[in-house]
Design a protein around this ligand. Structure first.
Ligand SMILES: Nc1ncnc2c1ncn2[C@@H]1O[C@H](COP(=O)(O)OP(=O)(O)OP(=O)(O)O)[C@@H](O)[C@H]1O
Length: 667
């Protein structure tokens, strides 16, 4: 056994002995005295959250005056029936609430209103947004390279990644791919543990978990939660988790319980006293029944009608809930909680650990490029499928226009072929949109947790996709070019493939913008296809530039769409300097210049060279990538400023501006 693993198990054993002396039963808990000192204590006082009610025009309350705390070395479980506000409370504490919600009340970190530095807190969401093509080892190691500071060596990062994988019990599936989209990989519980691994790499002091056991059977739930509990106790981490219906073994792992019903606190306090609380109010937990089942059944009013119709003779649940809420406020537990919140706030400790450093920007770009390149290579839908379709389409195009010749009659055919290349081959780039949306989900999760910046993502995505786009533009492009018999000369072919490549890059950039605004496959594809359809129509081929209606089609669409520059660049490349023979009406042979065709047939702007057209398309690529970056930044700013604005409007005099512990990363 390795020395690090040995010391871990030894300390856990010590902890066990410590716990067994206490009267808390066979759970992994810290004794008060051994609680680590430099952890994060979170308190919230009179926390309320409302959301605008579209129907009535008023507002709907989601959380009402909730008070509580979470301390290092303890797991706080937030429980309640579906829709009771568990996720909302977790999001409020983590500073992740929807910008449409309004909140009031105090949330303090170690008694102070302050944001937590990067690496001090982490949030594991309910859905596992992981890169499905990577193995467990790769996922965690790439993440370690991104999150851990550059002062750590590669070997140290690798060791941290592998140690974290072992801590979460994933050593046996280290080289298994995550899987998804029909490719079987990890089980649900294993995926959840990978998500947790990624978030605890920086050893955060505060960990939020949103339903970490949803979709798992009781054995898997226990396995996941006990691993988390071990981490928590050993490393003095504060853990807040929302959970649906833990089995009794899982329930025993929690130190405190926050039981919610319709956004109100039914109970907050020690898990050992909750049974007694229910019993004292006339709702004792029957022997051999899972306590959490009993509590949730008692306060679940969603099925009241069935109860009324049945023969249970029970009180209406609303009445039961009100009794419990009122009774809770008169208990010593409630008093203790209020005192403890005040005590934590009074003690106050502003000396949280220093901000942890990220990996350098260049390292982030490099690691993200490598990770994205591997993913694009393994995900058949990203480029390979498209590559096959491009080959098929190019063969179709090449055989349709096979060796069209160089007479005047070939001009029409060559122009149509070039138009198809610039419009429809590039149009098919939207086929990679679903894979890109998956990438965006991973990016959003990692970005929200502050793993890296938007700039690094945009650069990495551009770099990693370049070789694939070159491949799909050069090989199918060459097939179509040479089968049709377009202009001879390698420089002409280079120009043609450069235009095709830049147009594909541009359509990808356009789809990135669409994905940042509409993160839904169907809507995104419809929107992307719609925008391109308009640009094709307004590109000056189907209607010549001078015939385009001035309003909208010519100004601005003709000039802002990339098709104009692609068509005109490709036409110049093909026809400029060429001579095309035809027979006059009387059968007299004549020739016509390429310039004449460009000016009079296609109304091409001849004041500048074809290279300027290419530069304009590349400029559009740059602008759209920057625009994508700006949109993400604006969305982040709007979200955080909306929160800031709402926090500064107190509900009542005593309420203060709340702190956003997981503030949106600023880098
Ligand atoms: N942004 C929002 N806009 C409108 N309603 C919201 C919003 N967020 C939450 N709600 C509503 O608030 C209530 C509580 O939601 P929340 O997701 O916190 O419940 P929950 O206890 O986590 O439920 P579940 O266990 O089913 O996930 C629900 O009725 C939900 O519809």
């Amino acid at each position: 056994m390795e020395p690090s693993a040995y010391s871990v198990s030894l300390e856990i054993q010590n902890l066990h002995q410590e716990v067994e002396i206490t009267s808390h039963g066979p759970t992994l808990r810290y004794h008060e005295e051994v609680k680590p000192t430099n952890g994060v204590s979170l308190t919230w006082n009179d926390l309320s959250v409302t959301v605008a009610d579209g129907k009535s025009g008023g507002s709907r309350s989601i959380l009402q005056g909730v008070t509580g705390y979470a301390r290092p070395g303890e797991i706080l479980a937030i429980m309640g029936p579906s829709g009771s506000g568990k996720s909302t409370l977790l999001d409020a504490l983590a500073g992740r609430l929807d910008s449409k919600t309004r909140q009031s009340g105090d949330i303090l970190v170690n008694g102070f209103k302050k944001s937590l530095a990067y690496g001090t807190s982490a949030y594991v969401t309910q859905d596992e947004t992981l890169i499905t093509t990577l193995t467990v080892r790769e996922s965690v190691y790439y993440s370690a390279q991104l999150q851990l500071p550059s002062s750590m060596s590669k070997a140290e990062k690798k060791e941290r990644a592998e140690m974290t994988i072992r801590e979460m019990g994933l050593q046996d599936c280290m080289d298994t791919r995550i899987g998804g989209w029909g490719a079987k990989g990890l089980s649900g519980g294993q995926k959840k543990r990978v998500s947790i691994c990624i978030e605890i790499l920086t050893r955060p002091k505060l960990l939020f978990l949103d339903e970490p056991t949803s979709g798992l059977d009781s054995a898997a739930s226990y396995y996941v939660m006990s691993r988390i509990a071990r981490l928590d106790q050993h490393q003095g981490r504060t853990i807040i988790t929302s959970i649906h219906q833990p089995c009794s073994k899982v329930f025993e792992l929690f130190y405190n319980l926050c039981l919610l019903s319709s956004g109100r606190t039914v109970y907050f306090g020690d898990t050992n006293s909750v049974k007694e609380f229910f019993a004292s109010n006339g709702f004792p937990c029957p022997s051999f029944q899972n306590p959490s089942d009993h509590f949730l059944r008692t306060i679940n009013k969603d099925f009241d009608e069935d109860i009324e119709q049945g023969s249970s003779g029970r009180k209406p649940t609303e009445e039961v809930i009100n009794t419990l809420i009122d009774s809770y406020k008169s208990t010593t537990t409630y008093q203790e909680v209020t005192n403890r919140v005040a005590e934590i706030c009074k003690k106050g400790d502003e000396t949280l650990e220093k901000k942890k450093n990220h990996a350098r920007f260049s390292t982030q770009c490099l690691v993200l490029t490598r990770r994205s390149f591997v993913n694009m290579h393994r995900d058949l839908g990203y480029y390979w499928l498209r590559f096959a379709i491009y080959i098929a389409s190019s063969l179709g195009l090449g055989t349709l226009f096979y060796h069209v010749g160089s007479s005047y009659s070939s001009v029409e055919a060559k122009s149509s072929m070039l138009m198809f290349v610039a419009s429809f081959l590039t149009f098919m780039t939207i086929g990679g949109f679903p894979s890109f949306v998956e990438d965006m989900k991973v990016f959003e999760r990692e970005r929200l947790n502050g793993h890296y910046g938007t700039g690094a993502f945009v650069i990495a995505n551009t770099l990693s996709s370049t070789p694939y786009l070159l491949l799909v533009s050069v090989i199918p492009g060459a097939l179509a070019y040479y089968l049709t018999g377009l202009r001879e000369g390698f420089d002409h072919f280079v120009y043609y493939s450069s235009v095709l490549f830049s147009c594909m890059l541009l359509v990808e950039s356009l789809m990135m913008i669409v994905a940042s605004l509409v993160p839904n496959y169907l809507m995104g594809i419809i929107m992307g296809a719609g925008i391109q359809a308009f640009m094709v129509l307004g590109g000056g081929f189907f209607r010549l530039p001078n015939d385009l209606p001035r309003l909208f089609w010519k100004y601005p669409l003709f000039y802002v769409g990339f098709h104009k520059y692609a068509y005109q660049g490709l036409f110049k490349n093909e026809f400029e300097g060429g001579k095309y023979a035809y027979n006059d009406i009387g059968g007299v042979p004549k020739t016509v210049d390429g310039e004449y065709i460009l000016r009079n047939k296609w109304q091409v702007e001849m004041g500048y060279s074809k290279w300027i057209d290419l530069v304009i398309i590349l400029g559009m690529v740059m602008i759209s990538r920057v625009l994508f970056w700006v949109i993400i930044k604006i969305v982040e700013k709007v979200k955080s400023s909306t929160r800031g604005l709402l926090f500064s409007v107190p509900k009542k005099q005593s309420m203060q501006v709340m702190v956003n512990p997981l503030a949106t990363p600023s880098h």
